[in-house]
Design a protein around this ligand. Structure first.
Ligand SMILES: *Cc1c(COP(=O)(O)O)cnc(C)c1O
Ligand SMILES: [Zn+2]
Length: 446
């Protein structure tokens, strides 16, 4: 398989190109984001999406087993010998008719993509398998990331899988315990900074530049290449058909950026004939994207994004010492690094942005638990957003919708327990206290 990828700056006034043997994470000429571009003529891409199904027959090969590398012709930036896998991407697209019925949707309309089934329990593994392959390709010995939790868990897992040293930066007091426990158990050097995610993000970039450490945040364009495969698996789960809507939570906006790129490329290659619409859901306490798009009219505009609007907002955040707050800690981010690429995805997918309150998120999370297999709070923002979009007619009850459930229920059990114990939630299901007495106990059996 010939390699035919380059890194290219997304700024149309710059457009600098670099080969994939370098690790930079930002354009050295103008500081903008980098993209991976392929020369498809030099790669043998299957003639139709369903050809990828042949890989199931050879799944004893770890690269064919991987739900990311199964599609490797579509992220062909390194040779097989560099590809790292721990068996990521064995995820399920569940047609959930019970939840659909509860929400007033038609049978067969609602699909839940359980990315919590990944080895470290979140979608982040899709990106890490790709980024670590690039890290191995460039000979990195040490890596780092800033994290609200799941990135650190995934980085720690992949770092020890390929024998790399790793340091993770987390905001003190902000991380869910399930995630912190993983970073420690997988052997990461864990540094808790007195600050929030945005502070960690700033520091980690400085540390990586100064000490020449490989950076694994979603600034890293190779991570996004791996995350494209979530969309391929949704198409696969629908019998190689494209849904009408993809709904995803928006934090650092890596997923939304990757999804738009995935569909753009599939269309360009003639592997799909239409692109689904994308709905990105912010938490109300961390609603930068929603504010900029819906209230300031910010657009991709062919790559000429009005960054003055963005800088004005960030200057205001700084002046007010604003720190985002939401129960959905995985999307508690106010300066999303992939903002520009996300605007491009909105352009490609005729996308929309919504925001939902913590209360809506908690109720939606309980619904995913009651009718499905559960998820962590950030993931449930998708269902909360869907409820709103059904209510106002943005999404019709017979449209085919796929919600990306980004993380596993057990990542953040504290939030689940406090929701159910505090009986005020729409779907609270508190435990019942009983004396250790058979007659008493029988009274509580319903
Ligand atoms: C990282 C993360 C998000 C945010 O994804 P982005 O790609 O940064 O927008 C959402 N949900 C979970 C569970 C996450 O771990
Ligand atoms: Zn540039």
């Amino acid at each position: 398989m010939n390699i035919s990828a380059i890194q290219k700056c997304i700024n149309p006034d710059c457009g600098s190109e670099f080969d994939c043997g370098q690790a930079m994470f930002k354009c050295p000429d103008c500081g903008d984001l980098l993209d991976i571009l392929y020369d498809w003529d030099k790669t043998t891409v299957p003639a139709k999406m369903s050809d990828f199904a042949n890989r199931w027959a050879t799944r004893n090969n770890p690269l064919d087993f991987s739900g990311v590398w199964r599609f490797r012709e579509l992220l062909n930036f390194c040779e097989d010998k560099h590809r790292v896998t721990v068996g990521e991407g064995q995820t399920l697209l569940q047609q959930n008719d019970e939840l659909a019925a509860f929400l007033g949707m038609d049978k067969g309309s609602l699909h839940l993509e359980y990315e919590g089934m990944n080895p470290s329990g979140s979608f982040k593994d899709n990106g890490m398998t790709a980024a670590f392959s690039h890290a191995v390709m460039v000979g990195a010995k040490s890596c780092a990331c800033a994290s609200t939790g799941n990135t650190s868990a995934a980085v720690a897992l992949y770092a020890h899988a390929c024998g790399m040293k790793c340091t993770v930066f987390i905001g003190s007091g902000r991380i869910a315990f399930g995630k912190l426990s993983q970073a420690m158990d997988y052997g990461a050097n864990t540094i808790q900074i007195q600050g929030d995610f945005d502070d960690c993000m700033k520091q980690v970039q400085e540390v990586c530049t100064r000490l020449n450490i490989y950076l694994l945040n979603s600034l890293n364009p190779f991570r996004l290449e791996g995350q494209k495969t979530i969309m391929y698996r949704i198409i696969e789960g629908l019998g190689w058909e494209v849904p009408d809507w993809i709904i995803v939570p928006g934090g650092n906006l890596g997923n939304s950026s990757a999804f738009g790129k995935a569909f753009f490329e599939l269309k360009e290659l003639g592997l799909i004939d239409r692109i689904p619409r994308l709905a990105i859901i912010n938490a109300a306490g961390a609603d930068t994207l929603s504010y900029l798009v819906n209230e300031r009219g910010l657009k991709w505009n062919g790559g000429n994004v009005n960054m003055k609007e963005v800088q004005a907002l960030y200057a205001d955040f700084t002046a007010r010492h604003f720190s985002p707050h939401t129960i959905a800690s995985a999307i508690e981010i106010s300066r999303p690094v992939n903002l520009k690429k996300c605007l491009r995805s909105i352009d490609i997918c005729d996308g929309i942005v919504r925001k939902v309150t913590d209360e809506q998120i908690c109720d939606a999370k309980a619904l995913v638990g009651r009718y499905g297999m559960g998820c962590e709070p950030a993931s449930a923002a998708t269902i909360a957003g869907l409820r709103d979009m059904l209510a106002d007619g943005t999404i019709g009850k017979s449209e085919r919708v796929a919600c990306v459930l980004t993380g596993h229920l057990l990542k953040d059990p504290d939030k689940t327990v406090s929701y159910h114990k505090n009986s005020e939630g729409e779907f609270s299901n508190p435990p019942v206290e009983s004396a250790n007495d058979i007659e008493e106990i029988i009274k509580h059996i319903v």
